[in-house]
Design a protein around this ligand. Structure first.
Ligand code: C2E
Ligand code: MG
Ligand code: MG
Ligand code: MG
Length: 288
């Protein structure tokens, strides 16, 4: 980390790099402690059927409540957890909490699917399917209640290994989703060969689709592509009713976004569900 090799082969000490590697080391130590100190929190964001307004499931999103830094968002530590391999520990934590939540909701009479995000390293983790299987068994839950989200780039990092892990997970009964679709470099021919059930359109295309024609067309063509491949299609980043009604009119199946709900602590999900009133979509649609 702290050494740079010059053209002539000499190794130069780089203090700036050293400082950052020290920081990385302390971040890794803190991440490890965060598990023991119970600083991670499971948040969930509801997934809504856009034609009916019914809640169909939720996505599990992790938060880190750091004693000094406050709420640390996943974008600030997931890439690092990924680089260092800590992600495997974290993914297992998220899955365990999601399985518990699913069991609690079931006991309260709610059958909702929970989506869990996987990273590149998870796809290379040979033990992952067995570990998940064991957690489900312990809580009397079925893989059919879970959807695993994988980004295109995570799959393309090592397509062969990804294919093996995904085939194993799919054979167990997990649903699979391609997350942030449209932002990576996957080939359609390759995606077609995977046992995928769902495409999630990245929020970067959805956020401004009312005003940006380019984004609108990307969303439109992704929905047609999903239809042609017989996949469910989900839009993330719905921030207002207009975008919901546009997507509903384009035959998009499901959506997530701040308009319906920001991610909330898992413990608040039951109350949120009890209070959810779908907007009158018919009315919204007719204003197009
Ligand atoms: P993602 O899986 O694509 O999750 C969607 C992100 O969009 C979430 O950010 C969510 O809070 C945000 N979002 C949802 N609706 C809206 C909206 O209407 N407007 C805007 N502006 N944003 C919206 P979050 O929770 O910060 O997570 C960011 C990314 O971190 C996730 O993207 C996912 O890739 C990763 N991540 C989060 N939790 C986990 C986890 O448990 N495991 C792994 N491997 N990755 C995770
Ligand atoms: Mg996701
Ligand atoms: Mg996404
Ligand atoms: Mg995204």
């Amino acid at each position: 980390y702290c050494a740079k090799v010059r053209n002539d082969g000499a190794v130069i000490y780089d203090a700036a790099q050293d400082k950052s590697s020290e920081q990385s080391l302390s971040l890794l130590t803190e991440l490890r402690h965060a598990i023991e100190r119970d600083e991670f929190r499971l948040f969930v964001q509801p997934k809504i059927a856009l034609q009916t307004g019914q809640v169909v499931g939720m996505e599990a999103l992790v938060r880190w409540q750091h004693p000094q830094r406050g709420n640390v968002f996943p974008d600030q530590f997931i890439p690092f957890a990924e680089q260092t391999g800590f992600i495997r520990v974290l993914t297992r934590w998220v899955m365990e909490r999601s399985v518990q939540l699913c069991q609690q909701l079931e006991q309260a009479g709610q059958q909702l699917k929970i989506s869990v995000n996987l990273s590149t390293r998870d796809l290379m983790d040979q033990d992952l399917p067995a570990k998940f299987g064991e957690m489900l068994q312990r809580h009397g839950q079925s893989p059919k209640s879970f959807c695993l989200e994988i980004t295109e780039s995570a799959i393309m990092d090592d397509p062969v290994r990804a294919q093996n892990t995904l085939a194993a997970l799919s054979a167990m009964g997990f649903e699979l989703s391609i997350d942030d679709f449209g932002t990576g470099y996957s080939s359609l021919a390759y995606l077609k060969s995977l046992p995928v059930n769902e495409l999630k359109i990245d929020k970067s295309f959805v956020l401004n689709m009312e005003t940006d024609t380019g984004d609108y067309r990307i969303v439109q063509s992704t929905i047609s592509l999903a239809r042609a491949m017989d996949l469910r299609v989900v839009a993330e980043g719905i921030e207002n009713e207009k975008v919901w009604s546009l997507l509903a009119g384009m035959d998009c199946d499901q959506g997530q976004g701040y308009f319906m709900s920001r991610p909330i602590p898992a413990a608040q999900m039951r109350d949120w569900l009890a209070g959810w009133r779908p907007p009158s979509i018919g009315q919204a649609l007719s204003t197009e």
